[in-house]
Design a protein around this ligand. Structure first.
Ligand SMILES: Cc1cc2nc3c(=O)[nH]c(=O)nc-3n(C[C@H](O)[C@H](O)[C@H](O)COP(=O)(O)OP(=O)(O)OC[C@H]3O[C@@H](n4cnc5c(N)ncnc54)[C@H](O)[C@@H]3O)c2cc1C
Length: 336
């Protein structure tokens, strides 16, 4: 294994859910691929899990890892992060990477600070961009700071340099002809923290903005909370989730967890509907990896039309009401 892991520049701490590689892990590999053009050579991935479906580890190779180590142990499904961290740290010490990355998911944001503390190194959380300093080769960790008023570029002076990457910031990149080693290791560590896990409740993952395929977002153009309710109605009709601009949140038409943008959520749906939203740079920062954007705005010069695949110029309340009426006439929910 020493031969395989030797000279690893970037180690990605991956995540597995329902025996499948989480898409956020592939996104982190996406940014690692970009860093390759800046001098990063060897990228490895370390994943812990109870089981993994056929083909999933090969997928990690196709998305940019040179090798993947899958550590098998039932303890990972309990997410006892101190046990997980201990197992991972043994591997990290063996691999000796210069950079460790993970997605800023619940998994990543819980595990990475613990690992960083144990390795006596720094960690930059929730980066929206990563780069390599052309002068000293250090990792440039870029993230909004001071409530999103500035973009801070952070360098860690200790090694390994550790960062978590905000989900939906980078697109995964599938590379067809890629070979790499897949290593599966059985680990026998047990969960013995002294706490008693009396009951583990399994819930269907709550669909939120970050995971949503369809998002209907409303902005100031809707004018009031009554009209904003049309956004929820449309979302319900087309199986979407409600998003909002910061102005809509400040007006109290939607709560903060619905805010999309630089100081809200970064989303990556198949379809993003921007309803009465101007397309300010801070809003666009949160929707740039959306597959299709449809905007409704009465101003034909609105910035949002520059990033939209389809634009409707008109009064947003009238347009949305009309769409809902048409969907209701169809007598069934639309599907995308
Ligand atoms: C540090 C910082 C962080 C920020 N973070 C975020 C963030 O995370 N998310 C975010 O969204 N913003 C953020 N903002 C705010 C951002 O700059 C904009 O102010 C905000 O996105 C504007 O929201 P809006 O598009 O709803 O409103 P406006 O910019 O006022 O746009 C309203 C739009 O509605 C259209 N309109 C008006 N009436 C109608 C009508 N009847 N029918 C159709 N269209 C109509 C107008 O033509 C206009 O284009 C941030 C700002 C700062 C400084």
């Amino acid at each position: 294994m020493d031969e395989i892991t030797k000279l690893t520049d970037v180690l990605v701490i991956g995540e597995i859910n329902n025996s499948e590689i989480d898409k956020t892990t592939l996104e982190v590999l996406g940014v690692s691929n970009i860093l390759r053009s800046k001098g990063i050579k060897r990228v490895g991935t370390l994943i812990g899990g109870n089981s993994v479906k056929d083909g999933e580890l090969k997928k990690v190779i196709h998305y940019g890892s040179d090798y993947v180590i899958f550590i098998k142990n039932a303890v990972f499904s309990e997410f006892a992060y101190h046990v997980t961290a201990k197992i991972f740290i043994d591997y990290i010490k063996m691999i000796n990477p210069i950079i460790i990355l993970s997605a800023a998911t619940v998994h990543g944001t819980t595990l990475m600070p613990y690992i960083a503390a144990k390795l006596n190194t720094g960690l930059t959380a929730d980066c929206t961009s990563l780069d390599i300093d052309p002068i000293d080769g250090k990792l440039l960790q870029i993230r909004p700071a001071i409530g999103g008023n500035i973009m801070a570029t952070i360098k860690t002076m200790t090694i390994p340099q550790m960062a978590t990457v905000r989900p939906n910031t980078y697109r995964p990149t599938y590379i067809n002809n890629r070979d790499g080693q897949i290593i599966v290791k059985q680990d026998e560590s047990k969960y013995n923290s002294g706490f008693l896990l009396s009951e583990i409740e399994t819930r269907k993952r709550h669909q939120n903005l970050v995971d949503a395929n369809i998002i209907c977002s409303g902005g100031r153009g809707l004018k009031n909370i009554k009209n904003f309710a049309l956004v929820s109605k449309l979302a319900e009709k087309i199986g979407g989730v409600v998003g909002a601009s910061r102005v809509a949140v400040e007006q109290g038409w939607a709560s903060y967890p619905h805010q999309v943008g630089l100081s809200g959520k970064t989303v990556s749906p198949k379809l993003y509907l921007a309803l009465g939203i101007s397309g300010a740079i801070q809003h666009l920062a949160g929707i740039q990896t959306s597959q299709y954007i449809i905007a409704v705005n009465r101003d034909p010069e609105a910035q949002i039309f520059r990033v939209s695949d389809l634009g409707i110029v008109g009064d947003v309340t009238e347009v949305v009401t009309k769409i809902i009426e048409l969907l209701e006439k169809r007598g069934q929910n639309a599907s995308f």
